[in-house]
Design a protein around this ligand. Sequence first.
Ligand code: DAH
Length: 366
Amino acid sequence: MQELETQKAEALAAIAAAETVDAVEAIRVAALGKQGWVSALLKTLGGMTPEQRQSEGPKIHAVREAVTAAIADRKAGLEAAALEARLAAERVDLTLPAPEAPKGSVHPVSQVMDELAEIFADMGFAVATGPEIEDDWHNFTALNMPETHPARAMHDTFYFPEMDGEGREMLLRTHTSPVQVRTMLAEGAPLRIIAPGRVYRSDSDATHTPMFHQVEGLVIDKGIHLGHLKWTLETFLKAFFEREDIVLRLRPSYFPFTEPSVEVDVGFTLVDGKRVLGGSGNGQDGGWMELLGSGMVNRRVIEMGGLDPDEWQGFAFGVGVDRLAMLKYGMDDLRAFFDGDARWLQHYGFNALDVPTLSGGVGVRA
Ligand code: DAH
């Protein structure tokens, strides 16, 4: 009897002194496990006389209950303390200042695309996308360039050796214009979208890379005319170059997917022998720079987009994003855009936290 009390007291003291959940578990196994001493005591009940069992049984059960309860208590206490310690260690101090030198930077192409999205969103345009691996129907035929059309040859297209399941030639899209047709077919009219993205042509020198970026614009609605096109481009270019004195000249041109087609020139002024966009474009110290292609969407393209051209009209434009970035931020070699040189990125890149907004300025240098 005395021995039982001592054993219990020792066990409770050991439990109270245990420093870890594992240590408590070891005590539990030694006491209550199959080979444990409490279990052994319980087994002795079987060999007792009924009288002995009546007097000893409750005492042994009381020991088992006391030990079990002490173990559960101690475990809960240690687990709570461990959680407390973890929460304290993992606390994030939101009052710490941001790192002084941010790592990495936003590429000028991404920056300009963000700027474009911001400017056009303000005019009610949504951003649309299409696949870079296209078929020749979307890239050419639906844009009024049938198989024999000479403009196809001008695109220096990368073709895939195999056709798609519908017998269409597969290619890397040569422009973002196929997104016009895809969006008309998917969404109908009216539409106001821009479609920025990568395009591919087999071409390479200081101003041409096999992959480059364009942004396509498309408006489809009722009663749309060239005036809407000119206002939209003027508003866009003033916002983009952050100058009020941007002057446009629309020159008659030809694209299969627009009729009439216009090439848009922007007036520049010579400042220390360098061309700076803005100013009249006329006179000795200025001129015109060709910037983008556009026009009223050809009736046939509207039809290919599943719409009735007697009901719906529209305008479209396409412009090189890399070109826009070079003009705005002063880089002169297009190839450097895609070299992945960390020093170039450090110099021409933008702070990731400096998101372009119309209110905050769409082109603030980091
Ligand atoms: N897709 C033409 C190109 O890559 C650019 C272009 C010209 C797009 C006129 C247009 C447009 O939407 O109307 O050369």
